[in-house]
Design a binder for this molecule. Structure first.
Ligand SMILES: [Zn+2]
Length: 281
């Protein structure tokens, strides 16, 4: 496949000029107190202009830290070099945590590439077909925000490994709901579950699950990610993993496009009604 599908997280909701969105903006932001504001979605990296006039910029020196579960590359000018081993270890621990929570490990080794963004826009992306996770950050942003973003992106890789590439084009509710749910404590800010988190933060005004975040506020995008994670939690608790796995490979990237009738025997609307009751119980 010539085109590379990636999952991109942004901290501020503004895409770098290096990125063009395909097929449509797909962004997510989480509360800053839980996760560094990260819009997310499937994106495609568009190759830069042919290097006809100027040579490629030099690649900054970086440290490669080989961890038990992944390789971590950190630029030498990002954070204090003495802190690099701890950051790499935390990333490795996050991968181990989300693998256990998600229920299946990566099928092979991956690389976490930390990038020093001079604009200080925290964001991440997972090139799941290349097994490369990138997080862009800067010295003014704390390590834990990098870890929180990475946790979500790791789950995209795990989901790709478990379900195959078809999952990356599945129902957006499943695509981002599973990644957010899988990030668990890295996104919960101390809440015991996504049901609790949604109840405590959004219950007064739940959005319909089949709502696309495109064109909506950062708050709404954020809320949708948490609602979708809660919906995933609900489906797991009430209908089990096997059906969730079946649903995770259906749909066409539109929220609500999954084959709910084929998998659960009822349309999304009926499941959503049950989820709302469960959510408030
Ligand atoms: Zn995502």
């Amino acid at each position: 496949m010539l085109r590379t599908i990636v999952v991109l997280l942004l901290s501020i909701g503004v895409l770098s000029l290096l990125w063009l969105i395909r097929p449509a903006p797909a962004e997510r932001i989480a509360p800053t107190w839980v996760v560094p504001p990260p819009p997310s979605g499937l994106h495609e990296r568009i190759p830069a202009a042919p290097p006809t006039l100027a040579p490629a910029p030099p690649i900054s020196t970086e440290t490669l830290l080989v961890q038990p579960n992944l390789d971590v590359a950190i630029p030498a000018d990002l954070y204090h070099p003495a802190d690099h081993p701890a950051l790499a270890l935390q990333l490795d621990q996050a991968l181990a945590y989300v693998s256990a929570r998600f229920g299946s490990p990566p099928t092979s080794r991956m690389r976490a590439q930390i990038i020093h963004d001079q604009g200080c826009m925290l964001r991440g992306l997972a090139r799941t077909d290349q097994r490369v996770l990138e997080v862009l950050t800067c010295n003014d942003l704390p390590h834990h925000r990098v870890i929180n973003i990475a946790a979500h992106e790791f789950v995209h890789q795990l989901a790709h490994d478990r379900y195959g590439a078809v999952h990356m084009q599945s129902d957006l509710i499943m695509l981002e709901g599973i990644a957010t749910w899988g990030a668990g404590s890295y996104w919960l800010g101390g809440s015991p579950s996504f049901r609790d988190f949604v109840r405590d933060n959004y219950s007064a005004n739940l959005l319909p699950l089949a709502t696309h975040y495109r064109g909506r506020s950062i708050h709404d995008m954020n809320q949708l990610y948490y609602q979708w994670a809660s919906f995933v939690e609900f489906l797991l608790e009430t209908h089990g993993r096997e059906r969730l796995d079946a649903l995770a490979v259906t749909g066409n990237r539109q929220p609500g496009s999954g084959d709910y009738v084929g998998v659960y025997g009822v349309p999304l609307a009926e499941l959503e009604q049950a989820w709302r009751a469960w959510q408030e119980s």
